[in-house]
Design a protein around this ligand. Structure first.
Ligand code: TNX
Length: 511
């Protein structure tokens, strides 16, 4: 029988109890293994306690912070090992054999137990728990329950170690708070890398102490005369820390040797002709470059990459490398060889757009493939020489492409990308002559030539970001358009509850 608030009440051994409204498998990205037990639902109540050991306290605090506003329950966090497990949600650091990001979630009427070998694994499990409660759990103010978690066991771990999105803060600038909101969306869907495209022709967005005019002058402009802006090193550190707490690694990109016009407006001596150019606020690409035959170019790069490396705890420095159309091939390859060595000297690993393929191998280097063809001999050759890949094919993963020809904003040079097109491909099988083991994962780039507001940004991000997230996280065997669009539909009310804009694609059966 359905009760007044639409929740089904069943009678088990004479006791009336509430059934969960979300099914155990209705999680996005879909977990590796789901074993529901319809007789094992757990009611979250005013008495529920969150138990944790001190080393994972932050994960328990985050869970409590996510659940308190809507439930109105106190959900105290305790590190007392003697606290009873009955009626509690227990977060435990123990090895369920599911790798560094995996977790196991057991939901029974007596209590909930989340187990992982790392805080990151617990963090991913916390996001699963959040999705297992009704959409109203996203409400910033208390709403009536009941709050029931569906019974059973989930064991889960990612398919790929690199799951990311890229935000272009150079064409249009987005402040720290906007970036943190993007981090929240990544964490929600278990994405673990945020690639920030920090520099381009239209703006330089990170303060470099040894070259202060880069931000002060180069950061003042944006596409179409929009306000510029830049991150102080303290701002950047705040983003790094906020992301790290959510198990998201920052990948900073300094785009070289092309896409450097903003740097030249700040320091004319870096310009190949030595003349300071006026700012550029259009959207053309490929016209600017640093001179690969001048020593000043390399001391400049060493200073910049040295400072960015010192601010960045993650392993990668992205040196760009795309669309340097004015630099001849041989000079370009020599430039990339040297720039790669500078990255290695900072202690970091090279990431670059796949145009850097012809350069020499550099230890551990990773190419980000943004082509639209399934066959790229240069990239396959670089992989044979040791490179690995992050997949960002523009016709599948570009978040700046229009959904349909009549979308209000977006590019269309790589075609239109609605949800099915974004979802229905395999990162490990996209490129010919590249073994699956060479693919570290996926990244969805959001270029911002046409993106001027938070609403625009969210509109392009959602609902395609969860599609990329599922490609990155879920096992290939779990890939299923019918199931995905149904689970995706259930995210709509969650975004609405949090005031988040999204594209109501007709491909998805939104409620
Ligand atoms: C190509 S993708 C670019 C960017 C543009 C983007 C627009 C890549 C590495 N370079 O400079 O913003 O297309 O879709």
């Amino acid at each position: 029988p359905a009760s007044a608030d639409g929740v089904t009440a069943t009678s088990v051994t004479g006791i009336s109890r509430r059934a969960a409204t979300v099914a155990l498998g209705d999680v996005l990205p879909v977990p590796a293994s789901v074993r529901p037990d319809p007789h094992a639902d757990f009611p979250l109540t005013a008495d529920t306690v969150i138990r944790v050991e001190p080393a994972a306290r932050a994960e328990a605090d985050r869970l409590a912070a996510l659940l308190r506003p809507a439930t109105g329950h106190p959900l105290p966090v305790t590190v007392d090992p003697a606290a009873p497990t009955a009626g509690a949600i227990t977060l435990a650091l123990a090895d369920p054999g599911l790798g560094p990001e995996g977790y196991r979630l057991d939901i029974t009427p007596d209590g909930v137990r989340l187990t992982a070998s790392t805080p990151a694994g617990l963090g991913h499990g916390v996001q699963t728990l959040r999705q297992l409660l009704p959409a109203a759990v996203e409400s910033p103010t208390p709403v009536p329950g009941p709050w029931v978690l569906p019974g059973g066991t989930i064991t889960d771990h990612p398919r790929f170690g690199y799951r990311g999105a890229m935000l272009d803060v150079a064409r249009h600038f987005f402040g720290v708070d906007e970036v943190l909101r993007v981090v929240d969306q990544l964490a929600r869907y278990k994405l673990n890398h945020l690639h920030l495209h920090l520099t381009d022709d239209q703006g330089w967005r990170i303060a470099i102490d040894s070259w202060p005019r880069l931000a002060e002058v180069g950061g003042a402009t944006a596409v179409g005369g929009a306000p510029g802006g830049w991150y102080s090193q303290a701002d950047y550190r705040r983003i790094v820390e906020y992301a790290a707490q959510r198990h998201v690694t920052l990948v900073p990109e300094i785009d070289l040797p092309g896409h450097t016009h903003a740097a030249l407006t700040a320091y004319g001596k870096l310009a190949p002709d030595g003349v300071t150019p006026p700012p550029y606020t259009g959207t053309d690409v490929g016209f600017s470059y640093l001179d690969p035959d001048r020593e000043l170019t390399y001391s400049f790069i060493a200073d910049v990459l040295g400072e960015v490396a010192a601010l960045t705890p993650g392993p990668y420095l992205h040196l760009g490398g795309d669309e340097a159309f004015k630099v001849p091939d041989d000079a370009y390859a020599r430039f990339v060889d040297r720039a790669q060595r500078i990255v290695v000297d900072t202690g970091k690993t090279v990431l670059g757009w796949h145009q850097i393929a012809p350069a020499a191998h550099s230890p551990g280097r990773v190419l980000q493939y943004w082509g639209t063809t399934a066959d790229d001999p240069m990239v396959a050759d670089a992989v044979r020489r040791g490179a690995r890949l992050v997949m960002s094919p523009a016709n599948r993963s570009y978040l700046d492409m229009r959904y349909t020809p009549d979308s209000p904003i977006g590019h269309d040079w790589a075609g239109t990308i609605d949800v099915h097109q974004a979802y229905d491909w395999d990162p490990a099988g996209y490129l010919a002559d590249v073994p699956a083991e060479a693919v570290l994962g996926v990244c969805a780039p959001l270029w911002t030539e046409f993106v001027t507001s938070r609403a625009d940004l969210e509109y392009l991000l959602l609902p395609r970001l969860p599609a990329v997230a599922e490609l990155g996280w879920s096992p290939r065997a779990g890939h299923d358009w019918a199931g995905f669009r149904r689970r995706l539909a259930a995210q709509g009310p969650r975004w609405e509850t949090t005031g988040t804009t999204y594209h109501r694609s007709p491909e998805v059966p939104w409620p």
